[in-house]
Design a protein around this ligand. Sequence first.
Ligand SMILES: Nc1ncnc2c1ncn2[C@@H]1O[C@H](COP(=O)(O)OP(=O)(O)OP(=O)(O)O)[C@@H](O)[C@H]1O
Length: 573
Amino acid sequence: MTVEQDWTPQKRDFLQSTGHVLAMGGPGSGKTHVALVKARDEIRSAKLLSGQRILFLSFARPTVARVLEKAKELITADDLRLLDVNTYHGFAWSVLRSHGYLLSNGKPLQLLPPPEGSARLAHFAKEQHHQEKLRLFHEEGLLHFDLFAQLTAELLRRSRRLAGIYTATYPILVVDEFQDTNADEWAMVRELGRGCRIIALADPDQRIYEFRGADPQRLKEFVDQFDPLPVEFEGENHRSAGTDIATYGSDLLTGKNKGAVYANVSVVEYGVYYGRGPHFHAKAQLIQAIKRLRKEPAWSIAVLVPSKAFMLQVSDYLSAESDGMPNLRHEVAMDAESPALAANVIATLMEGGPSELLAARLLSALHTHIRGRSGTKRPAQAELDMADAIDQYLVSGKIRGKNRQALISECARLAALRQDVVFTGHPEEDWLTARGLLATSAVGQLSRVAADAKYLRLLHKGSNLRASLSELWRSQGQYVGAIEAVRGALLQEHFTAAAKEWRGVHLMTIHKAKGKEFDEVLIYEGRYAGRIVPANADTSRQSQALLALRVAVTRAMKRATILTPSGDRSIFL
Ligand SMILES: Nc1ncnc2c1ncn2[C@@H]1O[C@H](COP(=O)(O)OP(=O)(O)OP(=O)(O)O)[C@@H](O)[C@H]1O
């Protein structure tokens, strides 16, 4: 544990602050670390009244898990009870769950998780999404996750008494990755800040979420409104001390990196290797990294790629035993809509029921999967037409067109097949059986459900879904209730800071790497798909991609490797 005299003067100023603070520093400068020490000191100072706690808000659940892990090293278990670490949306939901009815005309609220939300919004142009989300909330009591922060801010603004209760409970609010807050999250923080001390941690050059509303003006807005004590942890790097990784990250921003040589950072150009899979070089690099680290007790490697679609291709190749290389076990950070909606179709099959009813339920689950699987992107018109046709069929019993009829018949066939399926009572096996039924279907809309569900990690040992499915089987010898169990498990995934295991190989998009750290980082840029800068990117997208690349590189503690295609090297390298 760091002893007091080790702190730089800036860190000491930060630790001694008594009001609002804006702490800035580059990657690995120890912002999160020192904020936890600050929280510990505040708790130890015994200035908190009975019932008061410190609130620490971060962006994503895995980051919350990491912060908690670090907190356990720095803070005693007793003191830790006075620190609430949560995501922005987890905190907002805790407010709305108890008080949101005040905004929805007294209607009880029902959550609309992102995958179902995407299915609901499929027909609307992107510009109309927000309006429709508001309509769903006010008219149907359906709460889309994207409204969490906005509604919480509105609630706190409208009821000063309620805001007072929250700020009396949390006199200190730490906001991590503050540079990436969007307008709604900022509004929520601002309302709380009227009654509590805000400790904001930020690095303007790690602002990589402009596409979801992060704004270069945010820090200035905070300064203008709250006049915080500014502190800068300049030149500190605790993550990759003794390497050039942080320097490389800074040089990327000025272009100084081009042609220069750095310790522990390598840029590797890969060529086309005829007869081998396109990701051959990436896998080979990964194997080398594993060899370098495998003698260490708890090593971690991140393979970071530019897009979700590319990530799935890479995952398939890492799992395959091909090109003379073994299956490499890895975790995929997959939070896309498609697996969640696919899980709903599988649960429908597991739940079963009389053939005709089951066929209709399958169609209905498939309808949601078709509409929602591309997330916030609008589905192709042909997909929307298919979904509409299913919808009409469910009402009228009529359908036209060969492909559409084939889909209806296939659902009927699967529902009939399901009648003869004998499950074993082991949820994982039975899940695979149900998925297998879909996988063999000759109808694309059904077989891709099985493909989409491949990336779902809900049934591992000790998982809640496994426990609830086992319980359904134990009490009734069948899986009636599976749909609800899957829905509950997916919802829980959004809110619990599942203690993630950070050992081993982790494959994720560059954006997902924010706030994390690994022994080695392998950034893999594809030749055609998966470009760091998409071919048609304008200057603003280019600069966002550059910031993201810097974040990616600086996640490494020991070594960063960037793979870029030869003959088409990334413009940043
Ligand atoms: N004073 C310190 N003493 C020992 N270890 C430290 C110290 N400060 C930070 N660290 C360690 O260095 C690593 C990086 O620190 P931290 O995550 O707090 O940096 P950060 O500024 O929040 O980084 P980023 O903005 O890149 O996410 C962590 O493993 C942390 O535990």
